[in-house]
Ligand binder design. Structure first.
Ligand SMILES: *Cc1c(COP(=O)(O)O)cnc(C)c1O
Length: 368
């Protein structure tokens, strides 16, 4: 175990390669793989992760917003990049940087078509997103005639793919609902294929979809969280390797007498004598206030130390009464030995939120 002497997020590129190989092994060889690298590659280090994924041979990338796609192009990503949630104000940038927009409303289709025309584009690749039950983004089935009529005879755009997103792919109690979404998606694509004179490819599954509904892999899958080492399922998590480890050190140790308090608003008051350590990371680093007041713990030499009192902007305090440790010792917040999913769950949230919250002031250290 390395001790960096400060708070760092360690990024293990070998773990990334392992997770990619594992997810690929669950798919048919001909299925294309889109790597979701939105939100700074789920809070890790997009500049290293994206290039590594390109080397590993992923077919496609996706980001949420146009500026994230521009970052990928600036990094030297040459594979196609799907922008999941573009805003019309950025449509010219999309074309200038060869990004591929998800088009999700009739109005946005018209706007993109106008820009593509003004920019003299021919067969510009776009991806049509359909709402099949998540009720977040996407055309409805009723828009198919409008889409077909709008695109008829227009050379500016070419629909590369049709896609949708599952609402509960990780929750097997919702299997019936998910099967309905899959069937609805098939119906929509059949209808559109009959109205366009070519057949765009199709994709539906996110990470949990790959694991639970491989029969619906169509021509491509879109995986994010699985690449970073979490599968929303304990059995799968044992096959994956967390890419990011958050590590810090003990800055100072205090001995508390009974009835003394710790931190702002005196949120923790000791009943007995306690030993308290202060760590250099807080809510401005991504450890939100929901993790405070005994909700969750970090590890020192493999032993649990619970967070006591309120999380501060730049610090948290932990109870180390029963742990043999000293100032400068390493503390693990999450990583292969202490799952981010588990850490997040204790405070009623999910690994996605914890990982993407780690702020850029936390130094990234790249391994392998
Ligand atoms: C974020 C996102 C994904 C990736 O989901 P994971 O659960 O992280 O695999 C896939 N598709 C869409 C539309 C998304 O927004």
């Amino acid at each position: 175990m390395s001790n960096y002497g400060e708070t760092v997020l360690e990024i293990d590129l070998k773990a990334l390669a392992h997770n990619y190989a594992y997810l690929r092994s669950r798919l048919l060889p001909e299925t294309k793989f889109l790597a979701v690298v939105k939100a700074f590659a789920y809070g890790s280090a997009v500049e290293k992760i994206a290039l590594k994924l390109q080397d590993l041979g992923v077919d496609y990338f996706a980001v949420a917003y146009v500026n994230e796609g521009v970052t990928l192009r600036d990094l030297g990503i040459t594979k196609p990049i799907l922008v999941l949630h573009p805003q019309p104000v950025n449509f010219k940038t999309i074309i200038a940087r060869c990004l591929e927009p998800s088009i999700y409303t009739p109005n946005i289709l018209k706007q993109f078509l106008e820009i593509a025309k003004a920019e003299n584009q021919k067969d510009y690749p776009v991806h049509l997103k359909f709402n099949t039950g998540l009720n977040r983004l996407g055309f409805s089935e009723n828009d198919i005639d409008f889409i077909a009529a709008t695109l008829h005879g227009r050379k500016e755009l070419k629909v590369s793919s049709l896609f949708s997103h599952l609402a509960a792919s990780e929750d097997l109690k919702e299997e019936k609902f998910t099967i309905c979404q899959i069937e609805r998606f098939k119906g929509i694509t059949l209808k559109l294929h009959s109205k366009l004179d070519y057949a765009p490819f199709q994709h539906l599954l996110n990470t949990s979809g790959i694991l639970n509904y491989p029969q619906a892999q169509f021509h491509m899958v879109r995986s994010g969280i699985g690449l970073y080492g979490y599968g929303n399922d304990a059995r799968v998590d044992s096959e994956l390797k967390p890419v990011a480890s958050l590590k810090t050190i003990i800055s100072q140790i205090h001995q508390l007498a009974p009835k003394e308090s710790v931190g702002y608003n005196r949120a923790f008051v000791s009943e007995t004598s306690r030993t308290i350590a202060t760590l250099p990371l807080g809510h401005a680093d991504g450890i939100g206030r929901q993790y405070g007041n005994g909700k969750t713990y970090v590890q020192i030499k493999g032993e649990k130390a619970f967070i006591v009192g309120n999380v501060c902007m730049d610090m948290i305090m932990i109870d180390i009464t029963d742990i043999d440790c000293k100032e400068g010792d390493e503390v693990v917040v999450f990583g292969p030995e202490l799952s981010a999913q588990h850490f997040a769950e204790k405070a009623n949230t999910i690994s996605y939120e914890l990982l993407t919250a780690i702020s850029t002031r936390v130094k990234r250290v790249i391994l392998n």
